[in-house]
Design a protein around this ligand. Structure first.
Ligand code: KG4
Ligand code: ZN
Length: 367
């Protein structure tokens, strides 16, 4: 089966073609046009500018993703339906609907968060040529599994009893973890997107010779529920920056201060994410922990999660997608569609033919 995935929920215009056969999945193409250079100057995403860039990029991106196919037929189009920015989503959906109608190809609307989760079944993958052709074997994740989605817009804990069976058990009450990274980076004026910028500054800190001790809160670290909160951490950094304005005007102390704040902010986020996830994993006696979303590409988070889980007395398997499949891409959307399709009856499959008339954007789509 050949599936074309289309993703435009935020600031990446992405299209991918995957081929499934006999339980194996082959990524034929994974094309991403990032808008990071456009939004960098604003320190965040401007929805109107994002939508315009999607309109310019969507057709070339889809065309490039299809080059590999030559004369092979596409069996299914999968497009992100939500959650995300409404005007960005509209570009992907309307393009997918037009393509579906013109070529008479069934169409499926996909929840972006389910896409992030699905990326875990592609791990591990290996590049077989320079042009991004990747092959993967489907891996077996044992259920019940607990999934931590950490992206720019979401921080959620999802209990899964099967590959397509989800139950949300907790979420952030305010900012998402990625949003917190982005806003702290903006306060420190170190670039956009904030996650990679903070990780890079934190990695420069030499723990042995740093004189500036920075201490930040771990919000909701001790709460027994599975919720999160990150806006207080951002506010704490805001006041820290205000208090230390003199340090920031001195080029000698400035770098070290920024590195110390980044290392502590990153560690605060990591501490809370790991503690709350393991707490819920033990409560629900899960067999696997799955990590996904853009923040899951953070090296320290991946490393510390793995170490903590390895040292638990109960055996829990840990999964995280390859770093480039953590941030937004269309492979994950095609993968989620494949998993849903596999569970559909012939009646439901028939209905996909008419979906070009029905699918609507849902910016607040829940899991
Ligand atoms: O999943 P994603 O690509 O888009 C959304 O669905 O939101 O996630 C983007 C988020 C941004 O907030 C970005 O700062 C964060 O992921 N991010 C990271 C890293 N790379 C991206 N956060 C921490 N460390 C990273 N290395
Ligand atoms: Zn995402």
């Amino acid at each position: 089966m050949i599936i074309l995935g289309i993703e435009t929920s935020c600031d990446e215009t992405a299209a991918s073609v995957i081929k499934t056969s006999g339980g194996k999945i082959k990524i034929l193409s994974n094309i991403i046009s990032s808008q990071i250079p456009i939004h960098r100057r604003y320190g965040g995403i401007i929805p109107e500018i994002a939508a315009r860039a999607h309109i310019e990029n969507i057709l070339p991106v889809i065309q490039k993703s299809l080059e590999i196919l030559k004369n092979q037929k596409i069996d299914l189009i999968a497009v992100t339906q939500g959650p995300g920015l409404v005007t960005s989503l509209l570009v992907g959906i309307e393009t997918a609907k037009t393509f579906s109608y013109a070529k008479k190809i069934p169409l499926m609307g996909i929840n972006h968060l389910k896409g992030h989760i699905a990326a875990n079944w592609l791990s591990p993958i290996s590049a077989i040529s320079k042009s991004e052709f990747l092959i993967s074997k489907q891996i077996q994740i044992k259920f019940p599994a607990l999934c931590l989605i950490v992206s720019g817009g979401h921080t959620e804990l999802i209990l899964m009893s099967g590959q397509t069976k989800y139950k949300k058990i907790g979420q952030t009450r305010d900012d998402a973890a990625g949003e917190c990274f982005d806003k702290i980076a903006k306060l420190l004026n170190i670039g956009y997107p904030g996650g990679p910028a903070i990780a890079a500054e934190a990695a420069k800190l030499k723990t042995t010779n740093h004189k500036l001790q920075v201490s930040l809160p771990r919000p909701m670290f001790n709460s027994p529920d599975s919720d999160f909160s990150f806006s207080g951490l951002k506010t704490a950094v805001f006041y820290l920056v205000q208090k230390n304005k003199n340090i920031l005007t001195n080029s000698k102390t400035k770098n070290e201060f920024i590195q110390a704040v980044c290392a502590e902010a990153q560690q605060s986020i990591i501490d809370v994410l790991i503690k709350k996830t393991i707490q819920a994993a033990e409560k629900f006696k899960v067999k696997s922990i799955i990590l996904c979303g853009g923040v899951a590409s953070n090296n320290e988070l991946r490393k510390q999660f793995e170490e903590k889980i390895k040292n638990l007395t109960t055996k829990i398997n840990f999964y995280v997608p390859e770093r480039k499949l953590c941030t937004d891409n269309a492979v994950m959307i095609a993968m989620a569609a494949y998993f849903q399709y596999k569970n559909m009856g012939t009646k439901q499959i028939k209905k996909l033919q008419k979906n070009f008339q029905k699918i609507k954007v849902n910016p607040n789509l829940e899991i």
